[in-house]
Design a protein around this ligand. Structure first.
Ligand SMILES: Cc1ncc(COP(=O)(O)O)c(C=O)c1O
Length: 396
């Protein structure tokens, strides 16, 4: 099939929601993707922070293939050994007592919102959930409501009630919004879709302390920042805080759709029989994939990824010599290179691709780098050299 036929099929049949690059990917190996013409790209997108083991990772591929042959899916009316093994490993590794398994980031956040509301009902009645401006938490109606994007809010109104926003990184505003009506706060420590925009250490530490003092639930969306992405298993660990609820997805099962909502014993048991559920959530295939991903992280990939994250950060710092690079930020293997408005990041992205590297654009004109955790120093050197060359050839 040639590329025009593929593009035509998409334009004719797919609901027109995606703007896709003109690239048809065929297969992956290691940290590289290959298109249908055999061109190779070192992948700093990783299916948006999802393919944390890269492609065709031997141990992972073997575990997934074995599980496909054995058992892929049964109803959650029954137990499976692999789900039991995985939830035990996940709870031990994360320090959370309770988990609900689902299929995506939005579902994990939807679960967190429902869980918080059940908790409020058990503790005196309905409460408001606060979210941050600039946040991204998903595309279901409730998660869209806690996503700080007013254009999307207008498109899908009327929205569910019981939510309010606070200004990004503005503790005074946060404090003024944290009235007695508020029962929970949801945020990402680094706003990935907003262009890898981190909250400050001070904001997070103070916001957390204030929530604790008022008995307000602290929910951290680790969908993009979790699974070793920032150098620790979860990003909240950098700030010495312990949320009541966290949500995960993306890298959790290395590319097989999965999400999870984790909570303390007290909060996680606010749900009772029949309060929530999922047909596919936590099926045997997803659990086998996720169990293997977590085992590989525990067997050294977490430390290795953390080292590579520091390496990437140090290398990228050299690009600050270009005056149109307005900011370089992020943690671990989640980095953003912000360009001045005079240099459209999308055109920049295309030039990097011509040099054999995939990066993507997020937020305000920011190149987002979120490679597999298996990325090597050599591959990072190659990307930074490509960025340097494109920068050197850019005249503003
Ligand atoms: C922080 C965060 N939360 C939630 C989501 C939604 O995840 P999904 O697309 O799997 O529903 C995303 C997706 O980009 C995300 O980055």
């Amino acid at each position: 099939m040639n590329i025009n036929k593929i593009k035509d099929a998409e334009a004719t049949h797919y609901m027109p929601v995606f703007s896709r690059d003109s690239l048809v990917l065929d297969h992956g190996e290691g940290n590289c993707l290959f298109d249908i013409n055999g061109n190779k790209y070192v992948d700093f997108v990783a299916g948006i922070a999802t393919n944390i083991l890269g492609y065709n990772h031997p141990e992972y591929t073997e575990a997934v293939c074995n599980q496909v042959k054995k058992l892929m899916h049964v109803s959650n009316h029954y137990y499976t050994e692999i789900q039991s093994q995985y939830i035990t490993r996940l709870c031990e590794a994360s320090g959370f007592a309770r988990v609900f398994l689902c299929n995506s980031g939005a579902e994990a956040n939807e679960c967190a919102i429902k869980l918080a509301r059940r908790y409020f009902k058990n503790h005196g009645g309905d409460k408001v959930i606060l979210y941050a401006e600039g946040s991204f938490h998903g595309r279901t109606l409730a998660t869209l409501t806690v996503t700080g994007n007013t254009a999307q809010h207008e498109r899908y109104s009327p929205l569910p009630q019981g939510f309010d926003s606070f200004k990004y990184n503005d503790f005074d505003d946060f404090k003024s919004k944290l009235t007695d009506n508020v029962g929970a706060v949801i945020l990402e420590t680094i706003q990935g879709e907003r262009g890898v925009r981190p909250f400050s250490n001070d904001f997070l530490v103070n916001a957390y302390a204030l929530c604790k003092s008022k008995g307000v639930l602290f929910i951290v969306d680790e969908v993009q920042t979790g699974m070793g992405r920032t150098g620790t298993l979860f990003s909240f660990e950098h700030f010495g805080i312990k949320p009541d609820i966290i949500t995960m997805a993306k890298g959790i099962a290395g590319g097989i759709p999965m999400g999870a909502c984790l909570a303390s014993e007290e909060v996680g048991t606010a749900f009772s029989l029949g309060d929530h559920g999922s047909t596919f959530g936590g099926n045997a295939l997803a659990c086998a994939a996720a169990d293997k991903v977590l085992e590989i992280l525990q067997n050294g990939l977490l430390e290795r990824g953390a080292k590579m994250g520091v390496y990437l950060g140090n290398k990228l710092a050299h690009l600050s010599k270009y005056n149109f690079i307005t900011d370089i930020r992020g943690l671990g293997l989640m980095r953003g290179v912000e360009l001045s408005d005079k240099v459209p990041a999308a055109a920049f992205e295309g030039k990097i691709r011509e040099k054999g590297y995939l990066v993507n654009v997020a937020g305000n004109n920011t190149l987002r780098l979120i490679p597999p955790l298996t990325i090597t120093e050599q591959e990072i050197d190659g990307l930074v050299a490509a960025l340097d060359e494109v920068c050197a050839a850019t005249h503003v």
